[in-house]
Ligand binder design. Structure first.
Ligand SMILES: Nc1ncnc2c1ncn2[C@@H]1O[C@H](COP(=O)(O)OP(=O)(O)OP(=O)(O)O)[C@@H](O)[C@H]1O
Ligand SMILES: [Mg+2]
Length: 333
């Protein structure tokens, strides 16, 4: 393994500052996102996403799909990879709970000379440039902000900026996709918006082979044994319907590798570093997946399972419970 390296500064995305004039107002465009982004495995969902962006006739319109899935499953990566395949500039807008309509469109900025200049958001920059915009984590955004995009995502294909007092039409080449998380900390998006964000593409966890390829792609310097431990762990958690994702696997591997590389004179043993990383990155619960899955299913409506007479007298974990099943001996662990 190579020795630890000092952190490298992240080079800014390529793309020159550019200003375009719309209805007499100069707009400074945002930089496109320029970083490698390949999609590994699950080729069908990538094809479905690319199909949304095809137009088959001069009167046809592209679709703006919703990419749904658990955190860290690869939704943003999928959208980035699809945009890269199109070979057009990619813009990513990170939606948050306090995104205002003008943040999504055009922001006035006071320059040094006291003049106001207008900065186009990544979304508006993609509309003007004819690129792809990924509205990332769209369900974190409130209804008012979504309402300002209603005309963009139907046949009108424009937005109206109140701040700049202009209407901005989208280039015919403009495409978009929205990623959404399936957790509780989000807004309810109104139906008239959801009906414009179609179809719904569900991103699922990768199979064993793909998961190994994903980890290898991002961490080509990881030892095969460390990769195998991590893939087994992730596949086991997918089987138990737990939410540990490729991102969790990448984080835990990164930490374990750094711990092993930290002191070349006294290297931390591989298994010890991996176990430590598991606990520190994913929490103590991750050490016993079966137990975690059992607890999770009980809180998520496991109560619906009919109770037997013994349940009135024994805790489900009680070894004396007559119906208690012995823990599954999984030979992978
Ligand atoms: N199929 C894949 N090919 C390549 N990399 C992947 C793939 N799936 C996941 N990854 C990697 O896993 C990590 C998490 O992916 P990503 O950020 O796209 O997840 P997400 O679903 O958008 O998560 P969140 O809901 O938290 O935004 C990233 O480092 C991404 O590059
Ligand atoms: Mg994401």
């Amino acid at each position: 393994m190579s020795s630890p390296e000092s952190p490298q500064p992240h080079s800014p995305a390529a793309g020159t500052d550019s200003v375009v004039c719309v209805e007499g107002v100069d707009l400074k465009l945002a930089h496109p996102y320029d970083a490698p982004g390949d999609w590994i495995g699950q080729s069908e969902i990538l094809k479905q996403l690319l199909a949304c962006w095809i137009t088959v006739d001069a009167n046809d319109l592209p679709l703006t799909p919703r990419l749904l899935g658990s955190p860290g499953v690869g939704k943003t990566q999928l959208a980035i990879a699809a945009a890269k395949q199109q070979g057009v500039p990619l813009y990513i807008y990170q939606c948050t709970a306090d995104t205002r309509p003008e943040d999504l469109l055009i922001t006035p900025v006071l320059s040094r000379g006291g003049e106001i200049s207008y900065h186009a958001s990544p979304l508006v920059s993609a509309m003007i440039r004819g690129g792809v915009c990924v509205l990332d984590e769209g369900n974190r955004m409130n209804e008012k902000s979504w309402a300002s995009l209603a005309p963009l995502f139907d046949s009108r294909r424009y937005v109206e900026s109140i701040v700049a007092g202009i209407t901005i039409p989208a280039s015919p080449n403009f495409r978009a996709a929205v990623t959404m998380n399936q957790d509780e900390s989000t807004f309810e998006i109104p139906d008239y918006i959801l009906s414009r964000l179609q179809p719904t593409l569900q991103v699922g966890f990768p199979n064993k082979q793909d998961e190994m390829a994903i980890l290898q792609y991002h961490l080509p310097f990881a030892e095969p044994e460390m990769l195998a431990l991590t893939v087994d762990f992730l596949q086991h958690s997918h089987k138990l319907k737990l939410d540990f994702s490729p991102r969790d696997g990448l984080n835990l591997l990164r930490f374990a590798i750094k711990r092993m590389a930290q002191d070349p004179d006294h290297p931390v043993a591989r298994d010890v570093a991996w176990q430590e990383a598991l606990e520190k990155c994913l929490g103590e619960d991750a050490v016993d997946l079966e137990r975690l899955a059992e607890r999770r299913s009980r809180t998520l409506g496991g109560d619906a399972v009919p109770l037997g007479l013994a349940d009135l007298f024994f805790d489900p974990d009680d070894p004396l419970h007559p119906d208690r099943e012995e823990e599954d001996e999984d030979d992978e662990f």
